[in-house]
Design a protein around this ligand. Structure first.
Ligand SMILES: [Zn+2]
Length: 341
């Protein structure tokens, strides 16, 4: 089989499920750590690479939180956001919906208006200087409860930055039932935001149904366990509700035991609109290009098949119709040029 990596590397792509702090690469973390020398995070790239080698999931959470601790000022927020876009541009990601948890920052004392200005400034600069269009999904950190939900909805609706398109729910699923967040999703949806909760990553298909029936989900973050319920798969396929699949993340969090057992193929066979995403890429030792290569292998795809996956993400995005047509045309032109070499 041909090595698809060079094709994937140049392919224009859209990413729909990727977290802001979770995208901080060792390079970005080193810059942030250098700004805050009192932090325990190493600044030397080699020591950082060791620091990013996770022994288990608890270690991952510890590292994630230590990176959160480096985001202390609006300048840190701006640097993180712009540098994440730079890493995306290097992978030919043309459009990304970045999941941001503003509550983590405002709770830590960052002024909420300054926070919004920082992400918006980075967004405008990324678009003009790097050619990567960013949009935001503000998500509720589920583990922080209803106070966090209330605050996230207020920040999303009352301060609504220009780039905000959707409202999400992350954090652990076990012990955090989805229906309790209905009032906050109702508020965000009434304000014109799209609903994109995580569901069915570490719990069963009933959580995906909850996300659909109670939170008005238009796409599902992960939705891995949907394959256990044929009626759910049929519903997702019929209503073109996309799944945001993050294969390597599913292995890292043990939602799926091995890549070869990943249910991506069953989702595709059921006619579900699947999109390929990287979730917390440096923390899971991956990037979007690697995830496309994994998906190509699991699904046995050639170049046109991979281009089809990239177009799925464009279709399932919340980009305006003209923007969707532009990126889809770029994908087609790139693919045909590649195959005509
Ligand atoms: Zn996620």
């Amino acid at each position: 089989m041909t090595d698809l990596h060079p094709f994937v590397a140049g392919l224009p792509k859209a990413e729909l499920h990727v977290h802001h702090v979770g995208s901080a690469s060792p390079r970005i973390v080193a810059e942030l750590a250098a700004r805050h020398p009192d932090s325990k995070v190493p600044t030397d790239p080699e020591a950082l690479a060791d620091y990013f080698t996770f022994t288990d999931f608890a270690h991952f959470v510890e590292v994630y939180l230590s990176v959160v601790d480096l985001i202390r000022t609006p300048e840190d927020v701006r640097l993180l956001t712009y540098e994440v876009a730079r890493d995306m541009a290097r992978q030919n990601i043309r459009y990304a919906e970045l999941t941001i948890t503003p509550f983590s920052s405002t709770r830590r004392g960052i002024d909420e208006k300054a926070f919004m200005e920082a992400i918006e400034d980075a967004r405008r600069a990324a678009e003009t200087e790097l050619g990567t269009v960013l949009r935001w999904c503000f998500d509720i950190p589920g583990e922080a409860g209803l106070e966090a939900a209330q605050e996230t909805a207020r920040l999303a609706v009352d301060l609504r930055p220009e780039g905000l398109v959707s409202f999400g729910l992350g954090g652990p699923e076990i012990g955090v039932p989805r229906p309790q967040f209905k009032p906050y999703f109702d508020r965000a949806i009434a304000a014109g935001l799209h609903s994109v909760p995580h569901a069915g990553e570490t719990t069963g298909p009933e959580t995906v149904w909850d996300a659909l029936n109670h939170l008005g989900a238009e796409r599902i973050g992960h939705g891995t366990s949907s394959v256990k319920d044929p009626a759910l798969l049929a519903h997702l396929a019929e209503h073109r509700i996309a799944l945001e699949v993050c294969p390597t993340s599913n292995i890292a969090t043990r939602a799926v035991a091995t890549l070869d057992e990943h249910p991506l193929g069953e989702m595709v066979d059921a006619g579900v609109l699947v999109t390929i995403n990287s979730d917390d890429p440096p923390m899971f030792g991956t990037d979007l290009n690697s995830e496309y290569a994994v998906a190509a292998r699991l699904l046995g795809l050639d170049e046109r098949g991979v281009a089809g996956l990239a177009k799925n993400a464009v279709e399932a995005s919340f980009l305006d119709p003209a923007g969707k047509r532009r990126i889809a045309a770029e994908i087609d032109a790139y693919t045909e040029n590649w195959l005509a070499r």
